[in-house]
Structure formats: C-alpha cells, structure tokens
Design a binder for this molecule. Structure first.
Ligand SMILES: [Ca+2]
Ligand SMILES: [Ca+2]
Length: 121
C-alpha cells in the first residue's frame, strides 16, 4: 500500500468519526415527554398520562418559549410558558383534564413561530 493511499484512508476514517460526534450533540427531549412538538431546539412535551405538559426553551436566543394546548371537554386554548427562559427546567402545567393536542411557540419578531399542532391520541 502506498503512503498516499494510507493517508486517504486516515482522512476517510476521520470524516466518519466527525459525523458520528455531530449526531451525539443533538438535543433530546426529557424522558417524561411521551409526545413532543419541536420548534428548532425548543420543544413542548406531554407526559403519557396526558395531564402534564412542559414548555422547554433550549435556545439562548432571547426569545420566549410557550406551549399552547387544548383539553377534553373545553373549547379554550391554554398556554404555559418557560418562565426562566433557556435556563435549566421547563415551564409545567398539570391540567385536571386530558390534553388533546398541543404545540410549541417561540415569541420571536413579528407573529410567533409555532410548530404544527401535535395530536395526543
Ligand atoms: Ca428559541
Ligand atoms: Ca427553562
């Protein structure tokens, strides 16, 4: 094997390692979140019992993050924000009725950017 060929092999191996390391840095929703809706790295999650929702700001961009949700037997749309922004911990609401759908929104410039509504079947 020529020295040039060995050099190419080392380069190729290095590239593969870099891709795997990059994947490892993706944000993961916390384990209580059975259903999730994401807007960039910000997300909202609903626990499997459907009576616990969190709004989680994971971006240090100065934009507030909140979740909107509906519950069974009501036509109102409720909102819970992540009160401490991108610091650790999510804003949490524990409605007495089951959550039927939810989405996460970012309070950015102009009209807020929201994920699609996520059904909770
Ligand atoms: Ca954000
Ligand atoms: Ca937070």
């Amino acid at each position: 094997m020529s020295l040039a060929r060995i050099g190419r092999l080392i380069l190729t191996t290095g590239a593969v390692t870099a891709v795997v390391a990059g994947m490892g840095t993706l944000a993961h929703a916390q384990s209580w979140a059975y259903w999730t809706a994401a807007e960039g790295s910000d997300y909202a999650g609903v626990r499997i019992d459907r009576k616990y929702i969190g709004a989680c700001d994971l971006e240090q961009d100065g934009n507030g993050v909140y979740a909107e949700y509906n519950v069974s037997g009501s036509s109102s749309t409720f909102r819970i924000g992540d009160g401490n922004g991108s610091q650790a911990g999510c804003g949490v609401a524990t409605p007495s009725r089951s959550i039927t759908r939810f989405r996460v929104c970012e309070d950015d410039t102009g009209s807020d950017t929201c994920s699609p509504w996520e059904p909770v079947p």
